[in-house]
Design a protein. Sequence first.
Length: 140
Amino acid sequence: MGQQRAADFDAGAGGHPRGPGGRSGGHRSGPFRAHARRSVRLRALLTHVRAGWQRHALVENLGLGGARVVSEEILTAGDPVTISFTAPTLWDPLVLRARVAWVAPVTSATPPLRAGLAFEHKSAEAVFALYELIVTLGYE
């Protein structure tokens, strides 16, 4: 496995730049990401922990720290969710706990809406499986 360059990742999508000029160091004037994101188009199963619903969602970007999803259901910042990925590199679905970090304003009367998820990793194995999925996506 080779190292991934920072330029290979979508670090500023969704209005959350890593910092001035896309760098992670220096003065930060707004929200930033601790981990870069890769632009993707994946289907995932999104589960709202409190409400109990499950819906397919489109994942637009993915990183070790979170993802941006498009959902037909209404989400609110702070909502606990799980997101499940299936991929050829995984024997079983990869299920990650997350919290909704932000929700983009809905521009029409009906969803879909975009939301940012911040992963709440509970095991090193899940982080490694996510890392392998992200690296594999870079070679498709």
